[in-house]
Design a protein around this ligand. Structure first.
Ligand code: ATP
Ligand code: ZN
Length: 293
């Protein structure tokens, strides 16, 4: 595939047209200020405020489009990137679309550990990753490549076991399967072509990365506000795992202050309990749209 010259000035970004990654990728792009519409009806969408066009593709095709430079960037699962063995650069892991590629076999059957799979047949949509996993352990397996509904193949006698994407495990359980081995952990990644890019595109990508980092950081953080007795300021400061020192504003009631700060979302409940113990009241937590550190 080669890229036509006339469009080579716009940065072209591949995203999944319709599937599990679409909504979160669209939210991320909008969250970092890329404005566009009608992405559900079109295969190619121009953005209003940047020299960027979005190409809406099946996720399976994204690694190759980026590898070949048809698209400069792509948002795609690490699983697809690894399966296509594509020559691209991973710029960021994006913390959504999390899943794992696992081997599963009928519950209470004889297959338990990797060595039990010698000579067995495994159905999968990920033959490359699965083959590599068993090859590295010198175990010979037969692979049957299936593009969908892989989890019913053991019941149909097509395969002894499967290698498939799992997030909660509900689908496996519903089909009488037991998850045995995790081959790969996956999340959505932002990938970049290894083809040469113009300076203008490189600058735009740098700018997007700063915004993406800010957006990701914001998703993991909360803005908290509280009132506290002036006498407790030092105790409050010791409790809050703040990035920077908190903002402290005196209240009309002279022995009270308002304290504002940003904390990691994971610490919210423990921090809030500790703050209450040292006299903080009216604690309010707010989501943050974005932040640049
Ligand atoms: P397409 O039509 O674009 O080929 P698809 O049916 O192959 O879509 P989806 O089911 O939308 O793909 O999944 C897209 C990606 O979502 C997967 O490649 C994977 O990275 C991620 N994902 C997260 N959780 C799961 C899951 N439980 N099952 C399948 N994919 C998951
Ligand atoms: Zn797909």
């Amino acid at each position: 595939m080669t890229r036509s010259k006339d469009s080579s000035t716009s940065l072209r970004i591949a995203i999944q047209k319709s599937g599990r990654l679409t909504d979160k990728t669209v939210s991320l792009l909008q969250g970092i200020g890329v404005e566009f519409d009608n992405y559900k009806r079109n295969l190619m969408v121009k953005t209003r405020n940047f020299d960027v066009e979005l190409l809406l593709l099946r996720d399976d095709d994204i690694p190759e489009y980026v590898q070949d430079g048809i698209c400069d960037l792509g948002f795609v699962g690490a699983n697809e990137r690894a399966e296509k063995n594509s020559d691209v650069t991973v710029l960021r892991g994006l913390n959504y679309g999390r899943c794992r590629l696992s081997i599963a076999a009928p519950k209470n059957g004889p297959l338990k550990s990797a060595s039990d799979f010698e000579g067995k047949t495994i159905a999968t949509s990920y033959p490359f990753i699965t083959q590599k996993y068993f090859e590295e352990q010198n175990i010979n397996v037969k692979l049957v490549e299936i593009s969908g509904a892989v989890e019913i193949t053991p019941q149909l006698g097509v395969a002894d076991a499967i290698a498939d994407l799992v997030s909660t495990g509900g689908t496996l359980r519903a089909n009488g399967l037991e998850e045995l081995i995790t081959i790969m952990e996956s999340e959505t990644e932002l990938i970049q072509t290894n083809q040469e890019l113009s300076e203008g595109k490189k600058e735009l990508i740098e700018k997007f990365l700063v915004r993406i980092d800010g957006y990701q950081q914001a998703k993991k953080s909360r803005y908290i506000m509280m009132n506290a007795p002036t006498a407790s300021i030092e105790k409050v400061k010791a409790i809050i795992p703040s990035m920077k020192s908190p903002t402290i504003v005196p209240l009309a009631e002279s022995d009270m202050v308002a304290i504002h700060t940003v904390i990691p979302i994971t610490k919210f409940w423990t921090v809030m309990e500790e703050l209450k113990e040292v006299g903080a009241t009216d604690i309010v937590m707010l989501p943050i749209e974005s932040m640049i550190l």
